[in-house]
Every structure is written in structure tokens, then in C-alpha cells.
Design a protein around this ligand. Structure first.
Ligand code: FAD
Length: 480
């Protein structure tokens, strides 16, 4: 049983000296004929997952490497963080495509562009083997080609490579943020935030606490006035004014939401009038906006703001933009954007070497990349369109057909939910039809856009079902 599992893994890692029983199993499990080229996709986000969906799996020998075995539908994370939607609504399993596609839940740590190899570290908890947790594996001779699951690194070879590893959350090196703030990048973050919100109310409800302690626990701070910070504030406001008001009426009056940003306005990427609309709506709703405020340090349960001094909080959500992925930082043979450190590509999305040549076998998409001379926003829309474009291109390459059309971004506009079934929609930067919309109409656009973009039929059923259930019965306030 154990050997059979090991051999599935060995079928894809670098060849290594092996005992005959293992090699026999390896041949048996190798699903791809030798003639197929190996396409390795790094990352199962908006860019990578789209390629995984659309790639011709019969003609490519596809491998997906990602530390998570799911795709996260990020626009719905703020809703999941307050219980408007359940977590399963915002994920799609990568395993849906196996065994046609080999999937490794692992981090890619280094890329050797000359040897066309990747060094990866498993993102799974190390397995305990019979006898001893550190017992050597059958057929394993070196550390760098061992079995994913042991915690040891392994190597993969590629013929073609797609880098779609996204970006990390920016902290601007503010001390204590990584340790004491919550980020909102995936479903696990949304889950942690939801648990923390309920914890704050349950703790504040204990009879031994003073009112000051209660107010501190129920002070919800959001740092970053971009779409993620704004949408989370709005969703939290909806929760406070519906279920929390109903089940903790006294505590609801003590709760406070504050949105911080260093910039003079929130939603700087939206048309100015829409930013003002959002600010006015938040002020009417009692969400405090503190622009031109600088968080200098964060400690457990408190932060220090230059303009305000010490601010105790129950929950701090940090969303101040993107920092480069360490894998991208580790690459020094390719051209990068000076400021964002994302990889430069040409218009066909091939990465560009320091010598100025496009690498014909490597592409980069999504938040980890930008076309040289163009600056597309770091959004799901761009990542998804690049994924679609690249899948079409790869499907033509494998059929020896020409695909020379350069990538062109079609701006569908930006949406942000503002709470209370109101939103803003901005397509004012589009070259063709320019539209701005606010309020209920924009909210309908927001819901229909994300319902349409939801990928699987399962989630197309789950998402509206939860919207409906929570509208009728209210959000679930239990914590696990
Ligand atoms: P991601 O989707 O971040 O995926 C990166 C993948 O790479 C992940 O699977 C990650 O686990 C994996 N990975 C990371 N490091 C490695 C490694 N070393 N090796 C292998 N794999 C690795 N955009 C919109 O257009 N509209 C919205 O409404 C919107 N809402 C958002 C809401 C939230 C809460 C957030 C966080 C983002 C939102 N965005 C939105 C932005 C959008 O999600 C990103 O622009 C998009 O996810 C970028 O896609 P990507 O494929 O480049 O990266």
C-alpha cells in the first residue's frame, strides 16, 4: 500500500537509482507517454487554475505545483469572513483534474532555467512512517529527490513552465503586523477572521469584564482602504447590524469599525466621485474612516498610530496591497519591474531574460507578472484573462499551429461592495464604453458578476443558495 503510493509520486520526480520493485511500480504508474511534453504550472490561483481548466490534457503531460490543493475565489472571501457565504462556496478543488493532471501540494522554491528543473518543498505535514518518523524511504537515495509528504525537497523537470504564483500581502515592515494582524488572502484567513469575530463577542459577553475592556474587544480595525479593506468593512457592518444586533443587542452598541489608510482618500483606484460616494456612505453607516493615518507598530491586542497613539483592538485586518512572492524575488536571471518586482513579460507573456531575450518555454501571468511597457492592475480579471489566453496558445503549440496574436486586456470594470445591498461599479478607465454606477444597481451588477464568474456548477448552486438561506434565516454565529 505504502509502496504503491510512493510510486505514484516517483513517476513524476527526477529519476533516481531505485530498487527493482520500486522501478516496476514506477513504470506502471507513469500515466503519460514519453512523446507528451511536460507542462508545469506553478500556482492554483486565478491564472494557474484557468490554465488547468482549459489546457488540452490529452496532449500535454500537465503537472500542477501549489501549496494549496484548491483554487480560492478571492472576491467572495470577505463574504465568507462574516458568514454571508460558507467557505466551500469560495473554493474549487484542484484534484478535480487528477489523475489526468499530476498535482503536488508543494512550494516551488527555486527554478533552474538552464537545466529546466524546479526544486520544491512539500506543503503537507510530514508523514510518520512505521517504525520511525525519520526512517529512510524505500528507493530514496538523496535528499533533494525524496517523496513529497516527508517534508524533504524534491525536483521536477519541465519542458514548458507557467509561473502563476501571485503575490504576498504587503506589510511595509511595520513591526508586529505578521504576528498580530489577520490577512485576507485565502479561505483559511477568512475562517480565522470569522472565528475571531465571534470570539470577540463571546469574550465581551462574559460578566466579569468592564465596559472599557468590552469596547476594546469590540474595536474592529481594518488597515488599507483599497477594495479588499472596504469590502471587508462593509460585510462586517452588515453582520453587526443584522445578526449581532439581534443576538448581542447591548454589545452591538459598543462595537466600532474603523478603516485606516495613509492616503488622503480610500479606493484610490476608483473614479474620484465613487470614492467620495463610498466615504459618505461609510460615514452615514457609522464606519469611521481615518485617512492620512500611519500605523507604526502592532502588538497583541493593540496598535500604535502616529496621529492617534495607542489603539486597542479585538480584530485587526491588514490589507495594504501586494509584496513580491519570495520565489519571484529569488529569480535574478529575468527582467523585473523596478517598483513591484514582478516579472516582465513580452506581449505573448513569455518572460524576458536579463539579456533582453524572451524565453520561449517560460510564461508568467497574474500578480507575479506584468507586460513590459504596460501596467495592468493586479486583479483576478487580468490574471484570468491571461490564463485563458495562455491556455489557447499552449493548445495551439501542442498541435503545431501558429498563435502569434499578442495578449490584449479587456477591461470589464471594477466593483466594490459597500454594505447594505449597495455597491459601486467603475468602468471609467475603459477605452470603449465608460460607465459608473452606484447603489442598488451596482450591487445587482456585483452579485451577478460574481455569480457568473463562479466556476463549477456546484458553486453556481451553493452561492445563491447561501445568499438566499442567510437572507431568510440570518448568518450562522456558531464558532468551531
Ligand atoms: P493568486 O490567485 O494569488 O494565486 C497564486 C497561487 O500560487 C496560489 O495558489 C498560491 O498558493 C500559489 N503559490 C504561491 N507561492 C507559490 C510557490 N512558491 N510555488 C507554487 N505555488 C505558489 N480581483 C478582482 O479582479 N476582483 C475582485 O473582486 C477581487 N477581490 C479580491 C478580494 C480579496 C480578498 C483578495 C485577496 C484579492 C482580490 N482580487 C480581486 C485580486 C485577485 O484575487 C488577484 O489579483 C488574483 O488572485 C491574482 O491571481 P494570481 O493567479 O496571480 O495569484
Amino acid at each position: 500500500m505504502f509502496k504503491a503510493r510512493l510510486s505514484v509520486v516517483c513517476g513524476r520526480v527526477q529519476p533516481r537509482p531505485a530498487k527493482s520493485s520500486v522501478s516496476a511500480a514506477r513504470t506502471f504508474t507513469s500515466s503519460a507517454p514519453r512523446s507528451k511534453q511536460r507542462l508545469v504550472i506553478l500556482g492554483s490561483g486565478w491564472g494557474g487554475y484557468e490554465i488547468l481548466r482549459a489546457i488540452d490534457k490529452k496532449r500535454w503531460n500537465v503537472t500542477m505545483v501549489s501549496p494549496t490543493n484548491a483554487f480560492n475565489f478571492t472576491p467572495l472571501l470577505a463574504s465568507c469572513a462574516v458568514g454571508t457565504l460558507e467557505f466551500r462556496c469560495a473554493v474549487e478543488p484542484v484534484r478535480k483534474f487528477s489523475p489526468q493532471v499530476a498535482c503536488y501540494q508543494a512550494w516551488c522554491d527555486t527554478i533552474d532555467f538552464k537545466q529546466k528543473t524546479l526544486k520544491c518543498t512539500p506543503a503537507t505535514a510530514p508523514l510518520e512512517y512505521e517504525g520511525s518518523a525519520s526512517a529512510p524511504l524505500a528507493g530514496t537515495t538523496t535528499n533533494d529527490t525524496s517523496d513529497p509528504g516527508t517534508g524533504n525537497a524534491f525536483k521536477l523537470r519541465y519542458d514548458k513552465l507557467v509561473i502563476a504564483v501571485g503575490a504576498y500581502s504587503q506589510t511595509f515592515n511595520v513591526p508586529g503586523v505578521k504576528e498580530h494582524a489577520h490577512f485576507l488572502k485565502d479561505v483559511r484567513d477568512a475562517r480565522a477572521i470569522r472565528t475571531r469575530i465571534i470570539d470577540c463577542f463571546e469574550q465581551a459577553n462574559q460578566p466579569v469584564l468592564s465596559d472599557v475592556q468590552r469596547r476594546n474587544l469590540l474595536n474592529f480595525c481594518i488597515v488599507g482602504g483599497g477594495p479588499t479593506g472596504v469590502e471587508f468593512s462593509a460585510e462586517l457592518h452588515d453582520l453587526l447590524h443584522a445578526e449581532i444586533q439581534k443576538h448581542y443587542p447591548t454589545l452591538a452598541r459598543m462595537a466600532k469599525i474603523t478603516l485606516y489608510d495613509v492616503a488622503p482618500n480610500i479606493l484610490g483606484n476608483f473614479d474620484k466621485s465613487l470614492g467620495i460616494y463610498a466615504e459618505n456612505k461609510f460615514r452615514r453607516d457609522g464606519i469611521s474612516i481615518k485617512t492620512r493615518h500611519h500605523v507604526e507598530r502592532v502588538e497583541k491586542d493593540r496598535m500604535f498610530v502616529k496621529e492617534q497613539g495607542e489603539v486597542p483592538f479585538g480584530l485587526l485586518v491588514w490589507s495594504t496591497g501586494l509584496a513580491p512572492n519570495p520565489l519571484i524575488q529569488s529569480i535574478d536571471s529575468l527582467e523585473k519591474h523596478d517598483k513591484t518586482q514582478s516579472l516582465f513579460t513580452d506581449q505573448n507573456l513569455n518572460v524576458i531574460t536579463k539579456e533582453g531575450h524572451a524565453d520561449p518555454d517560460v510564461w508568467a501571468i497574474g500578480d507575479a507578472a506584468n507586460i513590459k511597457g504596460q501596467l495592468h492592475p493586479a486583479t483576478a480579471q487580468v490574471a484570468n484573462q491571461k490564463g485563458k489566453y495562455l491556455a489557447q496558445k499552449l493548445n495551439k503549440i501542442v498541435k503545431d499551429q501558429e498563435h502569434t496574436k499578442p495578449f490584449e486586456f479587456q477591461n470589464q470594470g471594477s466593483l466594490a461592495y459597500l454594505g447594505d445591498w449597495k455597491a459601486i461599479y467603475d468602468r471609467s478607465s475603459a477605452e470603449t464604453v465608460k460607465t459608473k454606477e452606484t447603489g442598488r444597481v451596482a450591487w445587482l451588477l456585483w452579485r451577478s458578476a460574481y455569480f457568473t464568474m463562479t466556476l463549477s456548477i456546484r458553486n453556481k448552486i451553493l452561492v445563491p443558495t447561501y445568499w438566499f438561506l442567510n437572507w431568510i434565516f440570518g448568518r450562522d454565529l456558531t464558532r468551531f
